[in-house]
Design a protein around this ligand. Structure first.
Ligand code: FAD
Ligand code: NAI
Length: 475
């Protein structure tokens, strides 16, 4: 018998599963279809983020950071470690267990919120006067009818033309998270977020890491001052980063892979690597959705065309997350999921694109919200800047982690915070204060006048806010 739902969500990543839960919370009958399979063929909810993205990468970053600390920093605390070694099998098993806990957690949340889950591929069959017939195929075969459809089918890793991923030697993010031993020589193409995070993991564990980046600038999306600082630190740590290269032929050999490239100065080079991670961005995924059946509009990148409120041009069809425009971030997908469910329920869901934080989980971490100094200059906005180094922060000294700074950018006339940029210890957590401040349109002085616990890293945020008015107290 055909089952009918108020809302059918196709895709169970952070965008889709959150949309389904929010819809159910609002009293709508909600179904979520997801095709991801675990090793045993069972469901593995959470999409890219949980299975081959945010969660497993952070698990490996944590393990490798412990190793790096034990190897290089414990001695200064008077802790002696003898016979230190890394067991990659155990590290990977721990990571897999963290992933499983998250997969199972989402299944539990679906039960708790009465979301009907279908394990299989969801595809459009036909439109039925404002409703849609959706086929589920795969582990389960069903025909569903949805009064509202939310597409949350995510993205896939982009391969270099003519160089498909084999996930043994030439790796996407998937294979990069499953490397079985420490490669002596690891090559990465693309010095973006994945390149830096995965490069850091294997560099800490002992690989000689070379990152080949096509653009002449490093981390162009970040504030230039922060990006320059990051580049200096990463190179000092041992990452070899070649900017402005043109990647040529990639040939697999018995030993690994060789990559021909031309350097920024025009020299022909060949890099020989045991493994190669290709991290050159991701492409929106609509494979298998059968969009043609309903005439869903895609743009030239293959992303589903939506307006500001995530509406497609088809009535009652919405799309969210990586499969639409905007940054490919899990929390952006989640916010869109909540907003769309609320709009379907007649509420006024809203996503503020100006206050979506970015975090790169390297060591030190890099995090920012709002505009960069170069964006403010380009738009002609008059601004004031203030920075405060962690070197002058008591907690950072006690922790033995004083690299980096907090940087505030505020409107020259009104003092409204326009951007906050952090490179330093746990920047991922510190940035939350600035996101809240910007959401409430706070001024730099608001942060400067708020009592921050001592000793804490957050005092560096307060001091950077004070620096906007040239009145730091501890620097
Ligand atoms: P996805 O998570 O891609 O989920 C889509 C789901 O839909 C998948 O389960 C897929 O199997 C399913 N699906 C697709 N088509 C169908 C169909 N026809 N029928 C049924 N199911 C279907 N972002 C962050 O914010 N922080 C991070 O630290 C971070 N780290 C990352 C690290 C890596 C290595 C990678 C690759 C990405 C990382 N991201 C991070 C990005 C983040 O993973 C994505 O932005 C996020 O997963 C997008 O969520 P989504 O719900 O749009 O899609
Ligand atoms: P990215 O867009 O961050 O970086 C890709 C890099 O590859 C860019 O610097 C680009 O200039 C370079 N590049 C592109 N083509 C190239 C070529 N042919 N040769 C050499 N260099 C080339 O993409 P990445 O790292 O693949 O990650 C994909 C997305 O996943 C990110 O944009 C981000 O949205 C998300 N992500 C988020 C994380 C986080 O929030 N911490 C962690 C990892 C991924």
């Amino acid at each position: 018998m055909t089952k009918e739902f108020d809302v059918i969500v196709i895709g169970g990543g952070p965008g889709g599963y959150i949309a389904a839960i929010r819809a159910a919370q609002l009293g709508l009958s909600a179904a979520c279809i997801d095709e991801w399979k675990n090793d045993k063929g069972g469901p593995a909810l959470g999409g890219t983020c949980t299975n081959v993205g945010c969660i497993p990468s952070k698990a490996l970053l944590q393990s490798s950071e412990h190793f790096d600390q034990a190897q290089h920093h414990f001695a200064e605390h008077g802790i002696e470690v003898k016979g230190l070694k890394i067991d990659v099998t155990q590290m990977t098993a721990r990571k897999d267990n963290v992933v499983k806990q998250n997969n199972d957690g989402i299944l539990y949340l679906f039960k708790k919120n009465k979301v009907s889950f279908f394990h299989g591929r969801g595809s459009f069959v036909k439109a039925l006067e404002g409703k849609y017939e959706i086929a589920v195929t795969g582990a389960q075969s069903e025909t569903l009818i949805g009064r509202q459809i939310i597409i949350a089918t995510g993205s896939n890793a982009r391969a270099l033309p003519g160089t498909p991923f084999d996930e043994e030697t030439i790796l996407s993010n998937d294979g990069a998270l499953k490397i079985k031993g420490v490669p002596a020589k690891l090559g990465l193409i693309g010095a973006g977020v994945i390149g830096l995070e995965m490069g850091s993991v294997w560099r800490r564990l002992g690989s000689e890491v070379t990152i080949l980046e096509g653009l002449p600038t490093f981390l162009g999306a970040a504030d230039e001052q922060i990006a320059k600082e990051a580049h200096k630190i990463f190179v000092k740590q041992g990452l070899k980063i070649e900017l402005g290269v043109k990647v040529g032929e990639i040939v697999k050999s018995k030993k690994g892979v060789s990559v021909s490239y031309t350097t920024a100065s025009g020299q022909a080079q060949t890099g020989e690597f045991d493994k190669l991670i290709v991290s050159i961005g991701r492409v929106p995924n609509t494979v298998g959705l059968n969009t043609e059946a309903v005439g869903l509009q895609l743009d030239e990148r293959g992303a589903i065309v939506v307006d500001q409120s995530c509406k497609t041009h088809l009535p009652n069809v919405w799309a969210i997350g990586d499969v639409v425009r905007g940054p490919m971030l899990a929390h952006k997908a989640e916010e869109e999921g909540v907003a769309v469910a609320e709009r379907i329920a007649g509420q006024h869901g809203h996503v503020n694109f100006n206050t979506i934080p970015w975090v790169i989980y390297t060591s030190p971490e890099i995090a920012w919200v709002g505009q960069t100094e170069q964006q403010l200059k380009a738009s002609g906005r008059a601004y004031k800047a203030g920075t405060f180094p962690f070197l002058a922060n008591g907690r950072a000294r006690a922790m033995g982690d004083t690299t980096g700074m907090v940087k505030f950018l505020a409107d020259a006339a009104t003092d409204e915070i326009l951007g906050v940029h952090i490179i330093g210890p746990v920047a991922s957590e510190l940035i939350a204060e600035s996101v809240v401040a910007m959401e409430f349109k706070a001024s730099a002085e608001d942060i400067a006048r708020i009592c921050h616990a001592h000793p804490s890293l957050s005092e560096a945020t307060k001091e950077a806010a004070l620096a906007v008015d040239k009145r730091t107290l501890n620097f």
